[in-house]
Design a protein around this ligand. Structure first.
Ligand code: SAM
Ligand code: SF4
Length: 351
């Protein structure tokens, strides 16, 4: 094999970033209605509660189609996969799908992002498939506030899911979207949790994403501010080396009593990480997207259902990677939110 035809070289973009990480949004449906993600529920004329429009099952890529795309991407050098959504655990057949994924040679990691609502129920079976890493999204530790943020009274379920996943030995990261006036009074509690529990805590800057986003500048709080707030818990020492933690900047946290934990900051607005971005996303409707924050997409579903050959699909994946934007402009949108470059729905794109 010549140097240029080695699999990995196919997945290097024009800015020399090697793309090894694919995120699949398995469904746009969800059992929560987070205020910043899902279109809000409205009552129609007959008093029925509606939440925007979800994709029909036939509009989603089937598991066979997903497996084909993943197999081809892996054959070209992709080796990590994250399953997300919407809420991936609400899609029927997910466990069998994960088992199939683990049979693909070259795929070294399959991880899952979940809101945790169904985790207690699924944890053992997820563990049995081979999954070892979970990202659980949880913005508050207060049950009533959880209901306000997510529209559902499921805090006890999520907490039970976390405890069950911990008992089984999963590596768990908790993602906290930081919102001023909503959960900034709990950042210290989350930081303490990082030293009390075997959970890494990652604070995510609130992003203006999606047509119906409820994002407001006044709610934004930067990673720098969060870091200052939680420094009351202990000393934060930056990781010397990056090892697969993606866009998060990670810190060891050690308390005066000698307890240790890990916290991270994902700062899409205040600190671009585009130069290190190794990701490609497949939306729940089968569109390949090279940047979360840029609406440019390649419609793989049309190709898949139009009888495209493996070579044609590989060419489409490769072209999408070549066209991956150098960076996003969220910081400019922060000043002028009407110029939003990501109008896609977070639950379809996969966060
Ligand atoms: N349902 C799963 C969950 O909540 O973990 C997976 C999908 S969700 C879209 C993935 C992640 O995106 C969650 O951690 C969520 O908090 C985050 N997210 C959604 N909208 C966001 C926004 N506007 N700014 C920052 N993070 C956001
Ligand atoms: Fe559902 Fe996750 Fe979106 Fe919340 S953030 S509505 S849990 S997809």
């Amino acid at each position: 094999m010549t140097k240029n035809s080695s699999p990995a070289s196919l997945l290097i973009d024009q800015f020399s970033r090697t793309i090894t990480y694919l995120r699949l949004s398995l469904t746009d449906r969800c059992n929560l209605r987070c205020m910043y993600c899902m279109p809000q529920e409205e009552q129609d004329r007959d008093g029925q509660v509606k939440t925007g429009r979800f994709l029909q099952h036939s509009e989603l890529l089937s598991y066979e189609e997903l497996l084909r795309v993943v197999r081809l991407a892996v054959s070209q050098g992709m080796n990590k996969l994250r399953l997300t959504g919407g809420e991936p655990l609400v899609r029927r057949g997910i466990l069998e799908f994960i088992q199939q994924l683990f049979l693909l040679k070259g795929l070294t990691e399959v991880r899952l992002t979940t809101n945790g609502v169904l985790l207690a129920e699924y944890a053992q079976r997820l563990y049995n498939t081979g999954i070892r890493h979970l990202n659980v999204s949880l913005d508050t530790l207060v049950a009533d506030k959880f209901t306000k943020i997510t529209g559902r009274e499921y805090f006890p379920k999520v907490w039970a899911g976390l405890l069950e996943a911990k008992r089984l030995g999963f590596k768990i990261k908790i993602n906290v979207v930081a919102m001023k006036g909503v959960n900034d009074d709990e950042f210290l509690d989350f930081a303490r949790m990082a030293v009390e529990q075997p959970f890494q805590i990652r604070f995510i800057e609130f992003m203006p994403v999606g047509e119906k986003s409820t994002w407001q500048k006044e709610q934004f709080i930067s990673s720098k501010e969060i870091k200052a707030m939680i420094s009351g818990v202990g000393t934060l020492t930056p990781f010397q080396k990056r090892h697969g933690e993606g866009p998060a900047r990670m810190y060891d946290l050690s308390t005066p009593e000698g307890k240790k934990g890990i916290v991270g900051f994902i700062s899409p607005i205040s600190h671009h990480f585009c130069d290190q971005c190794n990701r490609l996303r497949l939306t729940s409707e089968g569109k390949l997207r090279a940047c979360l924050l840029n609406d440019r997409e390649t419609d793989l579903k049309v190709l898949l259902r139009g009888g495209a050959s493996d070579e044609a699909l590989i060419a489409a994946i490769r072209q999408t990677i070549m066209d991956k934007p150098q960076g996003h402009v969220l910081d400019q949108e922060f000043q002028a939110p009407e110029r939003q470059s990501c109008s896609g729905q977070m639950s379809r794109i996969g966060g």
